[in-house]
Design a protein around this ligand. Structure first.
Ligand SMILES: [Zn+2]
Length: 325
């Protein structure tokens, strides 16, 4: 829900001189902006999920971003850090390893010659099955009345009309399920899918195949990073289990791509001091968080700040995010 005050603030911030002043204040010290996307989809149709940006909207984001920022790869940004001289910099990252990265993102990167880092969760690539959140988003895309009272999670009315309001309910349901213990959650997800099955064929949201991953990794525009094997919230697992999931994802990605894997992203952005220490000890050069902040001098490279961007963020919202509002 957008309040009157928020709408007024946006109207004021949309006036170029005000936005310009705010930008110059926010960009003091020349922070790096690291954007976190998930996947790209078709311009029409496709799943109405926050994680899926329409290709045309992504192109509009890139054009808006390049008005004020240079897009550089993660290694370049880490080598120079925030505070370098010159135009502000942005880094593009994509989480999870979704099929849309290969089908829609790769041609755009090749055409526009822009670098990205794709953080791949290996469990879903290995099995070829979408993670539970993608199955839920795919199953509920046409709207549903989901009664989870027997699981103690109430009732959920998912409106059939696509848009931010529908997404607010779906996202709230996903957040509730995300915080449920993995074995309980698996039973609840099965229950939902038994009532709202996925359409037949390749699911609307799901992982790249191994062949697609190998192909996208060969692009000089793409850096592959690890994103754990299990994609559970690592701060809620025993440390030894979390570390094994991190190490397994890197080992599989090395095997599948034949490349070194130097960067990691925390699933859902969840990390702890002990986890950050493990990532460093495993030899990663960075680990990305998801905390809606710009990357300023002094930030921990194992909790690299990123801004999450989704389907309902148009270029006006992107510009506001770039100045930290
Ligand atoms: Zn993820």
């Amino acid at each position: 829900m957008i309040t009157t005050a928020k709408r007024a603030a946006r109207a004021v911030l949309g006036i170029p001189p005000v936005l310009g002043l705010l930008r110059s204040w926010r960009l003091r010290g020349n922070p790096v902006t690291v954007l976190c996307y998930h996947t790209i989809g078709p311009d029409t149709g496709g799943p109405d999920a926050w994680t899926v940006l329409r290709a045309a909207d992504f192109r509009a984001h890139l054009a808006a971003l390049q008005e004020s920022h240079d897009i550089v790869d993660l290694d370049r940004a880490l080598a120079d850090g925030p505070g370098h001289r010159g135009r502000p910099r942005a880094v593009l990252t994509f989480d999870d390893g979704e099929a849309g990265n290969h089908r829609y993102l790769l041609p755009i990167l090749t055409e526009l010659q822009l670098p990205v880092t794709i953080f791949v969760a290996t469990g879903q690539i290995e099995t070829g099955q979408p993670y539970w959140f993608d199955r839920i988003m795919g199953a509920l895309t046409a709207g549903a009345d989901v009664d989870l009272a027997t699981h103690g999670l109430g009732r959920w009315h998912i409106p059939p009309t696509p848009g931010p309001s529908r997404w607010a309910t779906v996202s709230s349901l996903l957040e509730t399920l995300k915080r449920t213990a993995p074995d309980c959650r698996a039973a609840i997800v099965d229950d939902i899918l038994s009532r709202y099955p996925l359409p037949p064929g390749r699911p609307p949201l799901g992982p790249m195949t191994r062949a697609e991953l190998a192909e996208i990794a060969r692009s000089p525009r793409v850096t592959i990073g690890a994103h754990s094997h299990c994609h559970n919230l690592l701060d809620q697992l025993p440390l030894v289990e979390a570390e094994a999931s991190i190490a397994r994802s890197r080992s599989l990605l090395r095997d599948w791509t034949g490349q070194e894997v130097a960067h990691f992203a925390w699933p859902n952005g969840n990390h702890t001091p002990a986890l950050r220490q493990r990532a460093q000890r495993l030899g990663f050069r960075s680990a990305a968080a998801l905390d809606m902040r710009l990357w300023r001098a002094g930030a921990d490279p194992y909790a690299l700040p990123r801004l999450g961007i989704g389907r309902h963020d148009d270029t006006a919202r992107l510009r506001l995010r770039l100045v930290g509002t």
